[in-house]
Write a protein that binds this ligand. Structure first.
Ligand code: GLC
Ligand code: CA
Length: 564
């Protein structure tokens, strides 16, 4: 069954800036990750994905890279990074880093040269980026080349007076997009990748990977995503990286690529693909939007949770990769709100819903990715003023909502519910000042609930969310659930999340009430040869499920030893 080392990976995503500060400047750092390796190992994690650690002006917390070869001074030094690799490897743990290939910072020396005709290397670097001459209306006013909309809201074009042209940025204007059609540029990035491989990283999470190719005819449309996302040619670029760099080095490559079709998914992450080993996609992430809301549109508008959509998405991706490639399972990352606030109930059923979410996900096949703080049920943050937010996307979208006619209150509520800053607050280690994250004021507010929700408390409590995660991750490995066959029950039921998986020693039936009202489970569930194995309530009552109640049943008889 097993073909590659990473099929047994249990990944934990560390948002570096917010995990652990060791030099008390209020910013998480590499030494902080080293300090917590034993904690993570104990939790059952064997692979860390570290969010961008490169030198950066931090417009988008490091996704805007200024120097690919340098560790950000916020986070430490290259020696700290080497030490992290060494300490992790000594514990049998792997380190994968974020790899940002779609854009650089506008402060990257390549862009500094590209934008300035007087720069001695202007000619060489200009074509590393994507430029377009202005258009003019009848009155001679300068117009944007197209109406394409950036992923952070607002236009994708920024005017650069010295060249009298616009550059393209599909994220913030401090993140100009690289021109992947330029082979010299590609070769320069390949040197970057080789450098980190030589240093000893075990793999990469390839950021924004489906955006590398653009439609260079620049047809006008709004928002125009189809002209800068998932264009077929981006596979050629990824294939080139895979062939030359990823595959020969036995790395774990996770590609961030939303919206892949079945065929394309295999192209990205089939066992024989040269591109990635695993894919991060998003169908299950925003299954609760109100599409009629035009004032805070898209993911920003809260609607009822469409549970069938969530379940069908998991079932779909498991099926897509069955026998052909490898699946990932995760609830959320640094780009979504906290899962217990998003799909659970962090006010009335914090523990219950956090555990229910864990039960429903972590027995499914594939490689799990746990987002920092999820294992203790960290929640959204009640940011009071716009000034409490830090994310560049918050500010561009706030302006966008205002343009669309939102009031300040409506805009703020939407940001409080949905912004990425919800999932970026400091890790809650204990009840000390700033939750034990730092002794200095953190770069972003600590969630006020750290006195009740923290690692220290949950380590002592056998029934805590932390200990539930620990048990589930251990169970995954013992039962080799990464390779399990799964059968979903009632995929279209709006309230239950039920499935059966076949482990190495036992079969398991997972039954979850996904909502805050009681639920009677179907009598057709055949639990005769099963016994209750785990539950998120002390008392269980037949097939009557309390709000967010979740149970795992285990087949009573163990399977015959299988020596294959
Ligand atoms: C990815 C990252 C996100 C970042 C964007 C631009 O979507 O996950 O955090 O803002 O790419 O690099
Ligand atoms: Ca620090």
């Amino acid at each position: 069954m097993k073909k590659f080392w990473w099929q047994d990976a249990i990944i934990y995503q560390v948002y570096l800036r917010s995990f652990q500060d060791t030099n008390n400047d209020g910013i998480g750092d590499i030494n902080g990750v080293i300090k917590r390796l034993d904690y993570l190992k104990e939790l059952g994690v064997n692979t860390l994905w570290i969010s961008p650690h490169y030198d950066s002006p931090m417009d988008d917390n490091g996704y805007d890279v200024r120097d690919f070869f340098k560790v950000s001074e916020d986070y430490g030094t290259i020696d700290d990074f080497k030490k992290l690799l060494k300490e992790a490897h000594q514990r049998g743990m792997k380190i994968i880093t974020d790899l940002v290939l779609n854009h650089t910072s506008d402060e990257h020396p390549w862009f500094e040269a590209a934008k300035d005709p007087k720069h001695p290397e202007h000619k060489h670097y200009h074509d590393y980026y994507i430029w377009h001459k202005p258009k003019y209306d009848k009155l001679g006013n300068r117009k944007l080349p197209t109406q394409w909309v950036s992923w952070f809201g607002g236009p994708v074009w920024e005017y650069n007076p010295p060249t009298d042209s616009y550059y393209l940025h599909i994220f913030s204007k401090k993140m100009p997009d690289l021109n992947w059609r330029n082979k010299t540029m590609r070769d320069a990035l390949k040197k970057v990748i080789q450098w980190w491989i030589d240093l000893g990283v075990d793999g990469f999470r390839v950021d924004a990977s489906n955006h590398l190719e653009k439609n260079w005819d620049f047809p006008d449309s709004k928002p125009g995503y189809e002209h800068f996302s998932s264009l077929p040619k981006h596979h050629d670029y990824l294939e080139e990286l895979g062939r030359d760099l990823f595959k020969p080095n036995d790395l774990l490559i996770i590609g961030e690529a939303g919206g892949a079709t079945r065929k394309e998914a295999i192209q990205y992450a089939g066992f024989d693909s040269n591109e990635f080993n695993m894919l991060i996609q998003f169908e299950h992430c925003w299954a609760d939007t109100d599409d009629t809301n035009k004032i805070t549109p898209g993911k920003w508008a809260k609607g009822p949770i469409d549970l069938p959509k969530i379940k069908n998405s998991f079932a779909y991706w498991i099926d897509v990769f069955k026998g052909k490639g490898w699946n990932t399972i995760y609830w959320a990352n640094h780009d979504q709100p906290r899962i217990v606030s998003h799909y659970g109930d962090d006010k009335n059923y914090h523990q219950e819903s956090a555990k229910m979410l864990a039960f429903s996900l972590y027995l499914l096949p594939g490689t799990p990715i746990v987002y920092y703080g999820e294992e203790i049920g960290m929640t959204n943050v009640d940011y009071q003023n716009l000034g409490n937010f830090r994310d560049v996307e918050v500010f561009t979208e706030y302006d966008n909502f205002m343009r669309l006619g939102a009031s300040h209150e409506v805009a703020m509520q939407s940001l409080r519910d949905r912004s990425r800053d919800n999932a970026r607050s400091p890790m809650q280690w204990n009840t000390d000042i700033y939750a034990g994250f730092s002794k200095a004021t953190p770069w972003i507010n600590v969630n006020q609930n750290y006195k009740t929700i923290n690692v220290h408390q949950q380590l002592q409590d056998k029934a805590s969310i932390y200990n539930t995660y620990k048990r589930l991750l251990k169970l995954r490995q013992e039962e080799q659930l990464a390779y399990a066959d799964v059968t979903f029950y009632d995929l279209d039921h709006p309230q239950s999340f039920n499935y059966k998986v076949s482990g190495k020693h036992h079969d398991f039936i997972v039954l979850c009430n996904f909502k805050g009202t009681e639920l009677k489970m179907s009598k057709e569930l055949n639990l005769e040869s099963y016994e209750l194995f785990m539950s998120n309530y002390d008392q269980t009552n037949n097939l009557n499920f309390k709000p967010y109640e979740a149970r795992i049943y285990r087949s009573i008889k163990a399977k015959q030893a299988d020596n294959t």
